[in-house]
Design a protein around this ligand. Sequence first.
Ligand SMILES: CCCCCCCC/C=C\CCCCC/C=C/C(=O)SCCNC(=O)CCNC(=O)[C@H](O)C(C)(C)COP(=O)(O)OP(=O)(O)OC[C@H]1O[C@@H](n2cnc3c(N)ncnc32)[C@H](O)[C@@H]1OP(=O)(O)O
Ligand SMILES: Cc1cc2nc3c(=O)[nH]c(=O)nc-3n(C[C@H](O)[C@H](O)[C@H](O)COP(=O)(O)OP(=O)(O)OC[C@H]3O[C@@H](n4cnc5c(N)ncnc54)[C@H](O)[C@@H]3O)c2cc1C
Length: 644
Amino acid sequence: MAVNKVNEDLLRERARYTFNIEELTNFIDGGEEGTRNRREVEDMVIHVKELHDEVPEDYLSHKERYENAVKKGCILIDLLKEHVLRHSSFDAYKPSNMYRVLSMAKEVSPVLLHMGMFVPTIFGQASAEQQEEWLHKALMLEIIGTYAQTELGHGTFLRGLETTATYDPSTEEFVLHSPTLTSYKWWPGGLGQTANHCIVVAQLYSREKCYGVHAFLVQIRDSETHMPLPGIKVGDIGPKLGFQTANNGFLGFDHFRIPRKNMLMRNAQVLKDGRYVKSKSDKLTYGTMMLVRVMIVSDAAYELSRAATIAARYSAVRRQSMPRPGQPEPQILDYVTQQHKVFIAIATSHALRLTGGWLWDAYSSLTHDLDQGNLDQLPELHALACCLKAISSRDSNSLVEQCRMSCGGHGYMSSSNFPTIYGATAATVTYEGEYTVMLLQTARYLMKAWKEALGGIVLTPTVAYMVTYNKAKPAWVNTPEAIIQGFHAVAVGKVKEAADGIEYHQNSGKDYEDAWNAASVMLVKASECYCRAIICETFWKEIQKHSRSMSRNLAVVLQQLSELYLSYWVLERSGDFFQVRTVPLTRTKFEFVSFASPKCHCQMCTGFVAHITSVVVLAVQVSIQNLTLTFCTRKRNEFDIGSC
Ligand SMILES: CCCCCCCC/C=C\CCCCC/C=C/C(=O)SCCNC(=O)CCNC(=O)[C@H](O)C(C)(C)COP(=O)(O)OP(=O)(O)OC[C@H]1O[C@@H](n2cnc3c(N)ncnc32)[C@H](O)[C@@H]1OP(=O)(O)O
Ligand SMILES: Cc1cc2nc3c(=O)[nH]c(=O)nc-3n(C[C@H](O)[C@H](O)[C@H](O)COP(=O)(O)OP(=O)(O)OC[C@H]3O[C@@H](n4cnc5c(N)ncnc54)[C@H](O)[C@@H]3O)c2cc1C
């Protein structure tokens, strides 16, 4: 049988590395132990023949595809359980670990929601007694759950959910009911045929009073027969853009009774006589969503890294066209347009991975604070989780599509794996908080921060620069740090612009809600810019921090990747940078000028870096005196193919 020979072009490209591959691998895995763990799991998986498809999934029926996914899910979960039990360091809920293992089956797993939301909800919202009863069963998959919150009529507006849970003190039970068609749960993964339990989010009623949405653990199928229990209507919602084996389903209740103890009572409680005990914050019910949003940032990075790897390899081996008559067809990797498509995908996968790790650390610190009853960091972390989930999933999905397109017709094949990766990342832009809605949530936080900044109040870390502009006159020099300061200036400008927009509409007679709506496009933009500034700054600072403990060759390349990322986004947002005309930020002097302003001139280079080892560092130099912006370009290395 012909032995698969590695493509010579690929071998030649790999021989040109200027850094130690194992060192980079360890960096990506979070250290040598992370690489060892990952390889151990991959070695376990790669040798399981049942995980390899004889027939492409696309040629299977929906039923065969689902059964195939269930089989693979069981195998992978057994590996995960064995590995978690054997290696306490393999923490299934650190970013990406659990998702990594499940995604080795290519198609999304019908037990993704069990692992990704059902178990974490028990961790985060069940009382100690309830964890005692359910956690081990869930971790060992003796019960299989999902997270049933979204309804046919409401996904974003949680306070509008219609499913009711009414307490009956005479029997010490909650009666779950779906009063309307729109109240049917719709979307929960695994609900179609897989889950026999679920977390149900419903409006809690006791003593004729509504206390808002709370979470309940509900058995919906018989543990022996797997048939729906009496009073339960459940099934599959049908075909989707992707995620075909996620087994998304619908669920309706007809006066379905559960014991009082099945209300998750870590935060709020209902006593036997029906008295309601309020939690420290009713937003703690939303805790699982914050966890998954935090995980999505790292997993969006992971999916993008897969797509970028496919595109980079294809670009090395694909030869096409003949720019010079009689010469061999060049590798498409040598076309600057191809580099412009692929290199930003590589840089972004690193940017999002490092930002996801930073966010995970912030989330871990918050959960520790919450355990101590300290909710101070909750608002900022909610705002961060919202905008980073939105931007990371959107960037990942659009760059996955860009990688696909960079591979021509072969990128359109299912065998390229781009369609599966695209389907997975497209879903994350919507689920766990729809893109626009998440950015508007962050905007809510930014509007408050802006008011505090104007009052000179010291702000939380990620918005502190809104005040510092009032004090330190930035001595902006030609460095990446200058670009980051530029992104801060753009973010502050957009926040101010949105706040002024709300004020303008209120002054013209609108109430706050209408003024907010009228300014909402600017509010979304302000959140995008705030988030981009965070990713740029975190990426750059993480690379600087890790560079100190890595070999110089690797540090150089990673530094160039982070500079490429900064340069790319300055070019992408050059309009916003042009608009920023900055004197030390004070209330009255900070203003945006229109493009037409005679004072704003710029020699922005429109070229793009020709090769990953040569980075054009764009920096913003602001001459405070004459209020002009001069973008100067400084070529770090050879051949900048672009032209102004
Ligand atoms: C890339 C490939 C794959 C990646 C895989 C990911 C990782 C794998 C792990 C798990 C797999 C998961 C698979 C997921 C499948 C999908 C599941 C779902 O989609 S579950 C359903 C998700 N639904 C949502 O996210 C709903 C979104 N809506 C909301 O969150 C809320 O309705 C709202 C938009 C925030 C508005 O809520 P509400 O009206 O109550 O609030 P406001 O009035 O706007 O604000 C009130 C104050 O409350 C604060 N707030 C709101 N939410 C939170 C929160 N979560 N935490 C903390 N604080 C919160 C808000 O800031 C307001 O505060 P103030 O301004 O008043 O101080
Ligand atoms: C693949 C997939 C898997 C899912 N899995 C689950 C699951 O397991 N469990 C679960 O509970 N849910 C799940 N969901 C549902 C998901 O959480 C919702 O789809 C999501 O929250 C969006 O809600 P919606 O679908 O009602 O859209 P809507 O909220 O109706 O949004 C529609 C449009 O209205 C806009 N909009 C809505 N509100 C506002 C506002 N206040 N201001 C401005 N614009 C607004 C949005 O921006 C969007 O453009 C899943 C969804 C998908 C796609």
